[in-house]
Write a protein that binds this ligand. Structure first.
Ligand code: PMV
Length: 308
């Protein structure tokens, strides 16, 4: 179907939590897991039909990012409401730190702008999604909409223009889901309490995470798989030190490492949720994936960077 528009999910590779305190973070697109939007004519104005949520949104409903996004695109381009249904479907688990919200909004943004004949570049898509998410979700850092709209690895510092960069080779990852639902809001708030209590100690950890993130970016650009693995493991230790680990995350990381991963860490908010492991190659990736699923957990394979 040529009127299908898609956007990838994302995961954070380095720097989560420290990014809230002004340190850099690195996120990459998860290109194999996407949200898709496709449009069809109707006779009664604009409807966004979120198939997975079993919910429909129109322009009158202003408490969701899709309607806000659509209103902004229409008013910026001085266009009337079209008679159009935008269907939306997503392979991304919600609330799992994989960027489901930014990916679905980006797919809708692309489908609507294409229907209106409006050309948007990645930066414009990213800004539109960011502004819609801000109204609905409060204070997103902006890393999700950027990595999803550009579909490139992003080096991100809060309040600064995000920088996209090019990996030196293709990297193979396995994402493992603890199955423990964890609220990013809660882990962020726990880190804040710890920081208020012991600012010196916590800032020391954030600075160490910053060093790890900078080294991680360089290693990705230089295509140094083993080094990235080591740096990921170091980042995980630091995340455990700031109190956002979980024994199930450590269990999954242990399974991945025993199956040959060069390194692994929690990704996103922590306290449960997902971990990400780096494999040496595509065969190891499959093996690590299988070991995690044999242990009874859900796992996803993804890769990033060009084959050289
Ligand atoms: O759970 P995610 O993928 O939305 O990541 C949260 C990342 C934090 O650094 C913990 C919070 C933030 O706002 O950056």
């Amino acid at each position: 179907m040529d009127n299908r528009f898609t956007a990838p999910g994302k995961i954070i590779l380095f720097g989560e939590h420290a990014v809230v305190y002004g340190k850099p973070a690195i996120a990459i697109p998860v290109s194999g897991m996407r949200a898709s939007a496709w449009s069809e004519p109707n006779e009664k104005g604009l409807t966004i039909n979120a198939l997975d949520l079993n919910e429909k949104f129109d322009l009158k409903n202003t408490s969701n990012q899709f309607s806000i996004l659509a209103q902004t695109i229409l008013s910026q381009n001085k266009q009337n409401e079209p008679n159009l249904t935008i269907n939306l479907s997503s392979k991304l688990p919600q609330g799992s730190g994989m960027g489901s919200s930014a990916a679905t909004a980006t797919a809708v943004c692309k489908a609507l702008s294409n229907h209106l004949g409006v050309d948007l570049d990645a930066n414009q898509v990213s800004e539109l999604v960011f502004n819609a998410e801000k109204i609905v979700h409060g204070t997103p850092s902006g890393i999700d909409n950027t990595v999803v709209a550009y579909e490139m690895p992003v080096y991100f510092i809060k309040g600064e223009k995000p920088v996209t960069f090019t990996p030196g080779r293709r990297f193979y990852l396995v994402i493992g889901d603890t199955g423990i639902e964890a609220s990013t809001k809660e882990t962020v708030s726990n880190v804040r309490k710890a920081w208020e209590k012991e600012p010196g100690l916590m800032e020391g950890y954030f600075s160490e995470i910053e060093i790890v993130t900078e080294k991680g970016k360089l290693a990705i650009e230089q295509g140094k798989t083993e080094l990235i693995g080591e740096i990921m493991s170091k980042n995980h230790e630091l995340l455990n030190s700031i109190g956002v680990g979980h024994k199930k995350l450590d269990e999954l990381i242990d399974i991945a490492n025993k199956a040959g991963a060069v390194g692994a860490k929690l990704t996103g908010g922590g306290g449960g949720g997902n971990m990400v492991a780096l494999a040496k190659n595509i065969d190891d990736q499959q093996y690590i994936h299988d070991k995690i699923t044999e242990a009874g957990y859900r796992a996803y394979q993804t890769s990033f960077g060009e084959q050289r």
